[in-house]
Design a binder for this molecule. Sequence first.
Ligand SMILES: [Cu+2]
Length: 300
Amino acid sequence: MQRVIGRWLGWASGLALAALLGMVGPALAQGSGASGGVVGETHTDLGGPVPWGLGLQAAGGPVKEAIHDFNTLVLWIIVLITIFVMVLLAYVMWRYRESANPNPSRTSHNTLIEIAWTVVPVLILLIIAIPSFRLIYYEDRARDADLTINVQGRQWYWHYAYPDNGDFAFDSRPIPDEDLKPDQPRNLAVDEPLVIPVGANIRVLTTGQDVIHSFFVPSLGVQKYTIPGRTLETWFRADRPGTYYGQCNQICGTNHWFMPIMVRAVPQAEFQAWVEEAKKKYAAEGSPAETGTRIAELSR
Ligand SMILES: [Cu+2]
């Protein structure tokens, strides 16, 4: 019996070691620039859902890649545990069936095995916790942001402002079904997308104007609540040009569906040209910062 437990412990610690090696692999650095050419094995420019898609959306940048890595680690731990439990169950059913084991053991306690099945899960949880916290801190904020964008959730549209680029701001709303062009996905395409330069670390500051919304673009690995009276920070980077889709994923009222997110990642020169255009086009609209000040003044 002791020998069997010893073997189990050896096996479990082997598994723990393998997982540890897997998790120290990728370094979570925020250095600017493309991190590996075409991201994702699907060779698609689309950062969004696809028909019959399985698993996570292809990564458009480093935050999503880090999420993929963590997801893979946890998935393998789950697979190994499931196989281990299934094999154990099958063995017990076969070895201790009535015909093979007519006089069952009356053992009710075994100190060593009870310690083992407490300590091993704790070790597994630690193995998950360490990279999990690393990922949370990695997603938390841009250490060296190239650009700040203010995102404000409103009932029911998005309001984006570019404080570093002339402080212009604009609203973003979905395109009605009847006006959709063939390449525009329904309930995801918008009239005025968020435009960002490729390869730039984008600091995102979120606020809510009325209720809690959530800024969520899965392929860029970004999700942050927009909460009235608070400013939250996160960051993302797109390492290849393309269009990335998301949605408000906090139920925020009747027209919750009216808050799709469309991010267009373009080369730096194209971004600068867009900024110049946008400054003129959106000159009339107020920025979230101004709106926030006005609300503060009103409430005084
Ligand atoms: Cu919302």
